[in-house]
Design a protein around this ligand. Structure first.
Ligand code: NAP
Length: 251
């Protein structure tokens, strides 16, 4: 990656108050990128992260914004462009789980997961591509998907469908946007140590660990490494790809 590639550019990371989003947002700020991020309800964590970024010398912008709300997503992106000057990168990270076998899953659990994970990524992509198209160098979008969307997981019909949908969104958008120098890729993550993974019961965790060839969960720094690479000029010839980072779990 060219030293200084991210300096002065602007990234939007959805759902950056915790876990993967926070690690990716912090990494981009550490590389000199101005960062805007949203969250569902963690206002105090957002203020703390924004202050950390400003201390590191970049501009930060944060606000509560439900990714599932199309108008709110459009307004958020518009404000970012006005406040920070450009939109160069988008990381569609915000996501939730509402697991359960289909016989017991409520319609509301299906709707919440599809609306947040899939429609949320579409909402932010739709709003962000317009300012990116005006950049001389285009931009990059990274969709944080899951191996659950590649191979399917028991009790995750809603989540697997949302994450498979993000992969379709990635490939379609990559084709639509290639002529505007906008690359679009997806990460299909395995289990990463965050609050979301902490929701697993101990027995299930042990069972999954036995199936991961590398013998451990991934960590958020590792996801930040891959994300920074995929958004950088080192990856400018990569688009429409699904990069699997799962310790070998789904090979
Ligand atoms: P996490 O620790 O639960 O954090 C989720 C983040 O998303 C929080 O910042 C949360 O904000 C935000 N968020 C949730 N719903 C939102 C909404 N409707 N609008 C705006 N922001 C919202 O999750 P994580 O484990 O870091 O996961 C991040 C992404 O990676 C998700 O898309 C997930 O599906 C994917 N992934 C995770 C794993 C894993 O093992 N952890 C594996 C594969 C894929 P608040 O703090 O305000 O709630």
């Amino acid at each position: 990656m060219n030293e200084g590639f991210f300096v002065g550019k602007t990234a939007i990371v959805t759902g950056a108050t915790r876990g993967i989003g926070r690690a990716v947002a912090s990494r981009l700020a550490g590389l000199g990128c101005n960062v805007a991020f949203n969250y569902a309800s963690s206002a105090a964590a957002a203020d703390e992260l924004a202050a950390e970024m400003e201390e590191a010398g970049v501009k930060a912008f944060s606000d509560a914004c439900d990714v599932a709300d199309t108008d709110a997503a459009a307004a958020f992106v518009k404000t970012v462009k006005n406040e920070l000057g450009s939109v160069d990168f988008l990381v569609n990270n915000a996501g939730i789980t509402r697991d359960g076998l289909i016989l017991r899953m409520k319609e509301a659990d299906w709707d919440a997961v599809i609306d947040t994970n899939l429609k949320g990524a579409w909402n932010f992509s739709k709003a962000a591509v317009r300012p990116m198209m005006r950049n001389e160098d285009g931009g990059s979008i990274l969709n944080v998907s899951s191996i659950s969307g590649v191979v399917g997981m028991l009790g995750q019909s809603n989540y697997s469908a949302s994450k498979a949908g993000m992969i379709g969104l990635t490939k379609s958008l990559a084709k639509e946007m290639a002529s505007r120098k906008i690359t679009v890729n997806a990460l299909a993550l395995g289990l990463i140590e965050t609050d979301m993974a902490g929701d697993m019961n101990e027995e299930y965790r042990e069972k999954i660990l036995e199936q991961i060839p590398l013998g451990r969960l991934g960590n958020t720094d590792e996801v930040a490494d891959i994300s920074a690479f995929l958004l950088s000029d080192s990856a400018r010839y990569i688009t429409g790809q699904v990069i699997q980072a799962d310790g070998g779990l789904a090979m």
